[in-house]
Design a protein around this ligand. Structure first.
Ligand code: BES
Ligand code: MN
Ligand code: ZN
Length: 508
């Protein structure tokens, strides 16, 4: 759920109470607002600085409670290091960290004097800071029936008392304008996180498709294909994965035509939407199986991104396609050894029913190219455990047939902090999935599991289609705590692809 605290921008002298947050750079060199608090409190702040040994370093803070001479209940001084080397990601993370500091402070209002020792912060950076605050404020508390007060093992305090956050800055109007697209990003990431965090008993393929359909309200054209339509299209690889489940498979197609006819062919984003991956007949072990409710994080990112593009009325033609299935063991489930014919006409020998994501994507990727003439196709999938063996949870795996698209994606990753690391493709790897009985098998053997999975996907990419596959198994779910995220689902990919689209695909 999004941060329920109202956020606004104001000038530096606007009325304020509750918690004040001020900043200092390395030294410490206090900002003007911090200096002002110090003067009004007759040197209380500088005494506290001296006593605590605060040097203005990152993560250092001084927390004054009921400070004499101030109208604030609390004043927090936050260290910045040196802002001269700050990029967008630093402002974003700072906003997240400050939002974290406010958690559990039990005040109805917080006033942040966002100012460096050198003076004003640029409006774009103020907007990044504010986005960081919103992202950190996210909490999935839908199923919590009691409020939480204090920080504990299970997460941060509820902040029910914190009603508003005001960011005081040099040019609040400009900051507000710069913040408009950031608000859309926050809403897109929030939606993606909500979908990933939702348990699989509540969010099956049909419910997920219904959530996609809700984008209609924002002007996105949404089609939902059910069993009949998928059978007619010949999406037998996707259908084979879902045939063991009580919950029928769906595919949703979302079109945002923000650049009109002049914008030309769309960029197409495809997402793996396995709402629960039990492994099928090749059943997964019990330990950690609950995490497989998040095996739809690729699809969640696509829906979050389409929401974001529509909300900020992006001047781009973009299509999102998500394959929604549940992979379960049952009497009707596909078996190891089965051969299925994908929509492309190629045959697949199923060696392991747990290698299901690639089968879902195979048909969605083919459909994407048959129906649209994409400028580029990018797919996101929690595809392999092996990508975490290779890259940990710091980078998502990037595979591509196109060097230019790869470097654009990597650049977008570096700016947003949603980082990518390119891994190889090639004929020798491709050979790993040759089958004795069919055109290919769905697993490639012991080594390089993320690569053979990517090779499988590439067999469904036509010559000449620029394509990239992002393996987000390590970055989208079961997330490591960060300044901007404390929830299980991270919403990975929304900010990354927004950046790519702004930089490369939007009409100016
Ligand atoms: N959804 C899993 C991959 C996964 C694992 C995502 C852990 C997130 C966390 C995927 O469908 C899968 O089961 N992959 C297998 C492939 C194998 C059977 C070839 C894997 O990675 O073990
Ligand atoms: Mn699987
Ligand atoms: Zn899976």
């Amino acid at each position: 759920m999004s941060d329920q605290t109202a956020l606004s921008f104001a000038n530096k002298t606007a009325p304020a109470d509750g918690v004040a947050v001020v900043f200092a750079e390395e030294g410490p060199k206090l900002s003007a607002a911090a200096q002002d608090l110090d003067n009004k409190s007759k040197g209380l702040l500088s005494r506290a600085v001296a006593i605590t040994g605060f040097k203005g370093k990152k993560e250092q803070t001084v927390d004054l409670v009921a400070p004499q001479g101030l109208k604030f209940a609390r004043a927090v001084l936050v260290g910045l290091d040196k802002t001269s080397s700050y990029g967008a990601e630093d402002w974003l993370n700072l906003g997240g960290a400050v939002r974290g500091l406010l958690s559990g402070k039990e005040a109805p209002a917080a006033h942040i004097y966002l100012e460096t020792a050198g003076g004003d912060v640029a409006p774009a950076d103020v907007a990044s800071f504010a986005l960081g605050m919103l992202l950190r404020g996210y909490k999935f508390k839908k199923y919590k029936t009691k409020a939480r007060k204090k920080d504990g093992a299970a997460g941060e305090a509820d902040d029910r008392s914190l009603k508003k956050i005001v960011i005081h800055c040099g040019d609040p109007r400009a900051a507000g304008q710069a913040f408009a697209p950031a608000r859309a990003i926050a809403d897109g990431v929030t939606l993606a996180r909500d979908l990933v965090n939702e348990p699989a008993n509540v969010l099956g393929p049909a419910e997920f498709a219904a959530r996609a359909k809700e984008l209609t309200k924002l002007g996105v054209q949404v089609e939902v294909l059910g069993l009949k339509a998928l059978q007619k299209l010949g999406m037998n690889a996707l259908l084979a994965v879902g045939q063991g489940s009580e919950k029928p498979s769906h595919v949703a197609i979302m079109q945002w035509k923000g650049a009109g006819v002049r914008g030309g062919d769309p960029i197409v984003i495809v997402g793996k939407g396995v709402t629960f991956d039990a492994g099928g007949i090749s059943l997964k072990p019990a330990a950690g199986m609950e995490d497989m409710k998040g095996d739809m994080a690729g699809a969640a990112c696509v829906v979050g991104l389409m929401h974001e593009l529509a909300e900020r009325k992006a001047k781009v033609n973009a299509v999102g396609i998500i394959g929604l299935v549940e992979n379960m063991p049952s009497g009707s489930a596909m078996r190891p050894g089965d051969v299925v014919t994908a929509m492309s006409g190629q045959t697949i020998e199923v060696l392991n029913t747990d290698a299901e994501g690639r089968m879902v994507l195979a048909d969605c990727l083919w459909y994407a190219q048959e129906r649209f003439k994409p400028k580029a196709v990018i797919n996101l999938a929690t595809l392999t455990g092996a990508v975490m063996v290779a890259l940990g949870k710091e980078h998502a795996g990037l595979f591509s047939n196109n060097d230019e698209l790869s470097s654009q994606l990597i650049a977008a990753g570096n700016v947003t902090g949603e980082k990518l690391w390119r891994l190889p493709l090639g004929p020798k790897y491709d050979k790993m999935i040759d089958s004795k009985v069919a055109d290919m098998k769905n697993t490639g053997g012991k080594w390089g599991g993320s690569i053979s999975a990517a090779q499988f996907l590439q067999r469904f990419i036509k010559e000449g289609t620029p394509w990239a596959h992002l393996d987000i198994a390590g970055t989208a779910m079961s997330s490591v705590d960060s300044d901007i995220n404390r929830s299980w689902g991270s919403g990975f990919g929304v900010r990354l692809l927004d950046r790519l689209i702004v930089d490369q695909y939007e009409r100016r």
